[in-house]
Design a protein around this ligand. Structure first.
Ligand code: GLP
Length: 243
């Protein structure tokens, strides 16, 4: 656990950049990053863009896998995670488009899409650093409470509380808010060599407390990280309030 008095996104970005630079990735041996969406990681993306523009880190040999995507939203829908990633990060950096992986929520066969994703992760040798945010209820990516801790990439029905929370992005209209998503599983996260979860604000205090001091349970998926060899939660003082 790291409680930051400063901007935790900036800390995370510099940590990631250093790991990439120390690894010295090449075409044959790329660095593999697992990436999140949400409001929490935006500061990290902005700092990574700055470091890239200043020549302090390159993404030329970095392969990325996003955590999740809604089912049934067009890729250019402003709330799709495809749009978020391109708009907030990829179009500003020197990454090779071929190295970007995001689950296709419009695939004809969703199960096959998820299986293929796991295969692709395995083929590049696994994820070096999995970055993430956390939901107020302890969800990781779209692994809602009740998700199996052994889960792999799959489709997931969203809980009513998540649908209600997300409806603010869809004009407050529950009807228009996606009810299904594709998401990497908890075991997919556990297989990453290193995991970093970022949490900001009082609304995340319960989830952070459960993650660190709670019993490991599928009802709070982030608690699985207690079993991970190298998991770090970085949060501000508000998110650490219940510890
Ligand atoms: C969604 C995403 C999660 C994210 C969470 C919190 O549920 N699928 O990956 O961690 O939102 O988002 P925020 O950072 O905006 O609080």
């Amino acid at each position: 656990l790291l409680i930051s008095k400063h901007n935790l996104g900036i800390w995370a970005a510099n940590y990631v950049a250093k790991k990439i630079n120390d690894f010295k990735p090449s075409k044959e041996k790329p660095f593999v990053l697992g990436l999140p969406t949400g409001s929490t990681p935006l500061d990290m993306y902005n700092e990574l863009i700055r470091l890239n523009k200043e020549g302090k880190v390159s993404f030329k040999h970095v392969v990325t896998f996003n955590m999740d995507e809604y089912v049934g939203l067009a890729e250019d829908h402003p709330e799709s995670y495809h749009y978020y990633m391109h708009h907030n990060f990829f179009r500003h950096i020197d990454i090779n488009k071929k190295n970007i992986n995001i689950l296709d929520g419009n695939a004809k066969d969703l199960d096959a899409e998820c299986e293929k994703y796991e295969e692709k992760i395995a083929k590049v040798g696994g994820i070096h650093i999995q970055l993430g945010g956390v939901g107020e209820d302890g969800h990781l990516a779209f692994n809602e409470p009740g998700s199996s801790l052994a889960s792999k990439t799959r489709s997931k029905d969203l809980n009513l509380s998540t649908i209600i929370a997300n409806s603010r992005f869809f004009g407050g209209d529950i009807e228009k808010t996606p009810k299904l998503a594709l998401t990497i599983g908890i075991d997919t996260v556990m297989q990453a060599k290193e995991v970093i979860v970022m949490a900001k604000g009082f609304n995340k205090a319960q989830a952070v407390c459960q993650a660190i001091e709670g019993a490991v349970s599928s009802m709070c998926p982030i608690t699985a990280l207690q079993y991970h060899k190298k998991a770090l939660i970085i949060c501000d003082e508000h998110a650490a309030y219940e510890l």
